[in-house]
Design a protein around this ligand. Structure first.
Ligand SMILES: [Zn+2]
Ligand SMILES: [Zn+2]
Length: 659
């Protein structure tokens, strides 16, 4: 039933024979006996001892029933992500309602041709063979398909899927929401036939969603393509689950249940005897670590499919530019590169980071960044507190008047928006056709598609965008990719900032030179010596991994521990901060020596939707996730049972963004 206080199982009697765990039922609830929907978690012959006055189930809903595996996964997810029962169960039965009348097919008028399996290269063939073995034996196994951009991972997914369909089983392919373009969907429809493919993503209307789910349940569509929620597709016998671009942060849900899609995929695949393939050119450090420990089996693809050489990467040292008197946001190299590409009629992508990150403090002369000595993350400047603040441990320091490293005077907070870059581009290249692609410009429905297709048709010369440009854009005519400031990602207050920078630069570089010519990449930075940038420029994942995983182990960050985030928010700042203080004290007392409690501190996104947000972080050593979870659930129960519980208390395990 709804409401935080009512999250738990209740006991009812039922006369119907046809009741089983997973059924949806209507039951009278609470003192008023109003009728509500509930789901059966367990069925027994005898009432629990000492329980009297048991109410009766009013109706068993014949249409909605979770399978044993689905219910088990939901219950597991509740413990894993600290969500409520109903939130976990609802993932398998979204928006269940009868569809009246005819629903417009979202793919009506969608041109589909037919395609046959392509000849695999030697590398692809080897990877496919490895994946085929457990598929043939219907055994569970997890693969990390580590392949450079353009190495032909999709063809491997397609052929593995064909194998599964030939066995009479079904499969799921997930891509990040932003990359779920018509081209990607069409590729699967071309191979398996339009009617055999169901598509699930958040832009579907409610009715369309029900239609797609019906196609899956009835067995009409054995192939499901979608964003992360497709992992819950109610297929009868799953043979294969693919996560493409598995490093993408959108695979971690940011709403309750805050599940990790790969974890759910593995959990379901174990029950079905299915294979999971996580494909990426830049696997998350945690996944690569698992492949080193043989928890996942790693398969490598090192050649680009059509043997296009990797792009040439130039690192522009912005400190040097300043010394030479260039105060513009463009280095000489980037400005020259743009001019050259325009002259050759090649297209250009300029990358910028998302706005809204608290900006970090850095020295323009030497690149020094103000960081917390304890936690290793950058300390952004907060105007209202007139101090640099660590978002992990709460430490505060005054804004330095001069650079502690070089004594330079130009130390200040940092950041430029897409609009600023656009103005500058137009100033330098007034004839260029420029288009912005950021959260503001794509808010209108369909505008992202039209901006992207305009770029694909070369109606735009220069596309300026935030990270989202990196995904799904595959334009052969791109001659230059410019990363306006690699430092912004490098200094987000998150222990994964180096990993994210490496991924961003590598993925961005992958957009350049996808035709037959070598692409150019210019990375602008104040810290050209940083490993993430140097390794990305050399396309050397392994070197980056080796250095970064050592650091993680030293400071004890995931994958060497689980990081729990507790967010306390309230319309009144004093209330949020006082509650955070109380929670931190309670946790420190309760935690003992094993756990590290950090904070309280203002959350990186310290104010959202009119509420002030404070956070407490808990480092929980390997193997203690369960006991730490229980402790946090106890804390939540204690707080919500208080009379004056007006603040919101939310939890996340190993959050992706710390926003
Ligand atoms: Zn300096
Ligand atoms: Zn700190």
């Amino acid at each position: 039933p709804p409401g935080n206080a009512t999250d738990g199982p209740y006991t009812y009697a039922c006369r119907e024979e046809d009741i089983a765990p997973g059924c949806r039922v209507r039951v009278p609830f609470a003192r008023g006996n109003r009728l509500v929907d509930g789901y059966v978690i367990a069925v027994g012959d005898q009432p629990p001892e000492g329980m009297r006055n048991i109410k009766e189930v009013v109706q068993v809903d014949a249409d909605v029933r979770l399978t044993e595996e689905e219910l088990e996964t939901a219950l597991w997810m509740r413990g894993r992500t600290l969500c409520r029962y109903i939130e976990a169960i609802k993932m398998f039965v979204p928006d269940e309602e009868k569809v009246l009348g005819k629903t417009k097919d979202p793919f009506a008028g969608f041109e589909v041709s037919s395609s046959v399996p392509e000849q695999l290269t030697g590398e692809q063939e080897r990877a496919f063979k490895e994946i085929s073995e457990p598929l043939d034996r219907r055994e569970h196994k997890v693969f990390l398909l580590f392949g450079v951009t353009g190495s032909g991972k999709t063809e491997i997914y397609l052929q593995a899927m064909q194998k599964v369909l030939d066995q009479g089983r079904q499969g799921i392919v997930m891509v990040p929401e932003i990359a779920l373009t018509p081209q990607v969907i069409r590729r699967f429809m071309d191979r398996f036939g339009k009617e055999k493919v169901a598509v699930i993503h958040s832009r579907l209307t409610r009715k369309q969603r029900v239609v797609e789910y019906d196609k899956i349940r009835s067995g009409q569509a054995p192939v499901v393509i979608g964003a992360r929620s497709a992992v819950f597709a109610p297929l009868k016998e799953i043979g294969l689950i693919v996560l493409d671009e598995s490093h993408e942060t959108s695979y971690k849900s940011d709403q309750s249940p805050k599940y990790d899609t790969l974890e759910v995929a593995v959990k379901r695949a174990m029950a079905h005897g299915a294979v999971v393939v996580a494909g990426s050119a830049t696997p998350s450090l945690a996944d690569y670590y698992r492949s080193e420990k043989d928890i996942f089996t790693r398969l490598s693809l090192t050649e680009r499919f059509n043997e296009t050489p990797m792009p040439q990467v130039h690192i522009a040292d912005m400190r040097q530019e300043l010394r030479l008197g260039n105060r513009s946001i463009f280095s000489q190299a980037l400005a020259d590169g743009i001019a050259e590409s325009l002259a050759k009629n090649k297209q250009i992508i300029l990358f910028l980071n998302r706005r809204g990150y608290a900006s970090f403090v850095s020295c323009r002369e030497c690149g020094h960044v103000v960081r917390c000595g304890e936690c290793g993350i950058s300390m952004p400047y907060h105007k209202d507190q007139n101090a640099c603040v660590c978002h992990y441990c709460g430490r505060k320091e005054p804004l330095p008047e001069q650079c502690p490293a070089c004594g330079g005077q130009t130390i200040r907070s940092f950041g430029a928006g897409t609009q600023q870059v656009e103005e500058k581009v137009l100033e330098l290249f007034p004839d260029a056709r420029v288009q912005r692609l950021d959260l503001d410009s794509v808010r209108k429905k369909g505008s992202m598609e039209s901006i992207l297709s305009g770029f694909e048709k070369h109606k735009t010369d220069i596309l300026i965008g935030t990270q989202l440009v990196a995904k799904g854009l595959d334009v052969a005519n791109v001659g230059l990719v410019g990363i306006v400031s690699a430092d912004v990602t490098l200094n987000i207050p998150d222990f994964r900032s180096a990993e994210r920078t490496f991924q961003l630069v590598t993925q961005a570089a992958g957009r350049s030179g996808r035709g037959d010519e070598v692409g150019q990449v210019v990375i602008q930075t104040y810290t050209p010596e940083h490993e993430a940038i140097r390794c990305a420029a050399r396309h050397d994942y392994t070197a980056f991994y080796k250095g970064e995983i050592r650091l993680r182990e030293q400071i004890q960050y995931p994958p060497f521990c689980d990081l729990f985030q507790l967010i306390l928010s309230d319309g009144e700042e004093e209330k949020a901060s006082a509650l955070a203080e109380r929670c931190a004290r309670w946790l420190k007392r309760k935690a003992g020596k094993e756990l590290t409690v950090m904070g309280p501190s203002p959350a990186p996104l310290s104010k959202a939707d009119g509420a002030y947000r404070y956070q407490v972080l808990i480092k929980s050593p390997e193997g203690q996730r369960r006991s730490t979870s229980e402790m946090l659930l106890q804390l939540k129960r204690l707080y919500t049972s208080e009379k004056e519980a007006t603040s919101l208390l939310t939890m996340d395990v190993n959050p992706y963004s710390f926003m």
